[in-house]
Design a protein around this ligand. Sequence first.
Ligand code: ATP
Ligand code: MG
Length: 437
Amino acid sequence: MKEVAKSVAGKLRDAGYVAYFAGGCVRDALLGEEAKDYDIATSATPEQVQKVFPNADAIGAHFGVMLVKRDGIHFEVATFRTDGSYHDGRRPESVEFSSPEEDAQRRDFTVNGLFQDPETGEVIDYVNGQADLKARVLRAIGNPVERFQEDALRLLRAVRFATTLGFEIEAKTWEAVCDNAHLLEKISIERIQAEFSRIIVSPNRRRGLELLVDSGLINYFLPEVLDLIGCEQPPQWHPEGDVYVHTCIMLEMLGDEEVPLTLALAVLLHDIGKPATYTYDEEDQRIRFNGHDAVGADMSEVILRRMKYSNDTIEDVRVMVANHMNFMHVQLMKVSKLKRFMSRDTFDQEIELHRVDCASSNGFTDNYDFVLAKREEFANEPLIPEPLIKGRDLMELGLSPGPKFKEILTAVQNEQLEGRLKDSEAAIAWVKEKYGI
Ligand code: ATP
Ligand code: MG
């Protein structure tokens, strides 16, 4: 991709324009990481870019952004520009084409404000971004308060980059994030969700959540998490502390790789029903959270719908939260029930949620080990095999369709899952015997 990006910049240069790699790709290259995409900044205006690349798409020509496709890869080619005044806290009223130096000034953080000459590899640094990159510091370009007031999405981007890059947020920048957190109200939930998702799947997801809580940003899209703070738990089961601490430790225990979004969200929300179900059992002298799994599943659905997650994501998380306590019963389940329990698409993620749920608190591993052993044991056959008989078979036995059908078919499936029925003939004989047909 880098080579293709170089050739795009090369064509602009051959036509007499300046063309640099800009922003994230320069940052990632200097960190020794693979860039996800290459953005090119140029002195050519959108019309001039169009002349060099007749097939370029004028996606944001108004802001100076053209989309150039080459070898099946898309590149954003953007004219050096200055942003005009911001009135709505989201986007500039107008832009003016200008110099690379001014273009660097309009970018959000110093480490995102670097250019690189694709030919020579020379880094062009108007914002002291290289020093911050070395020191692993995230610092707003210019006056942080003004920059967040211009565009409130930058508040969340500050937390996102600090999280994904593992950088400290510079003191004045952090102060400005905290003081201006309320400006996030101006930002659409779709854009908030996109940033939040990148934070919560990141290897540093625990710190990401803590930054969102400590800055107050989370108030504006997921305030329910704040109720976990100070929600005490029975110390014999949860020596680690309150529900918030428990959840933070779990997020960390998911490990040093990115995790699937549904797993991260399910861990974050698995005990979200605890504050609402908190009771003190005087008789047993202990705290209880009866039904917190079901309440939490409903709350998760409401929260994720409000955040405009996809229906599939919402459903997976809902199911995972609803079932997280059932792991306590796996060793007592009948084989048929256990197989159904294990047959959900989300099951592998549920095992991981259960692992960190225990590891962060009581340290029990018996249910986890049991489930892993069972998964191994059942690995060679489908958990839910083809049914031995269908409704048609029951009709042939002279039964007429109705609620009884489902009851009989489920009973046959139970016997099949338990390994007591192996083929259709045996199943039909069993039905005749059992239901007196
Ligand atoms: P990644 O692609 O990994 O998310 P990135 O740095 O490429 O990181 P983008 O959102 O793709 O981030 O934006 C590209 C560049 O545009 C940034 O590096 C930054 O210079 C600039 N930029 C993006 N969004 C903003 C913003 N809201 N305010 C100021 N500059 C921004
Ligand atoms: Mg990018």
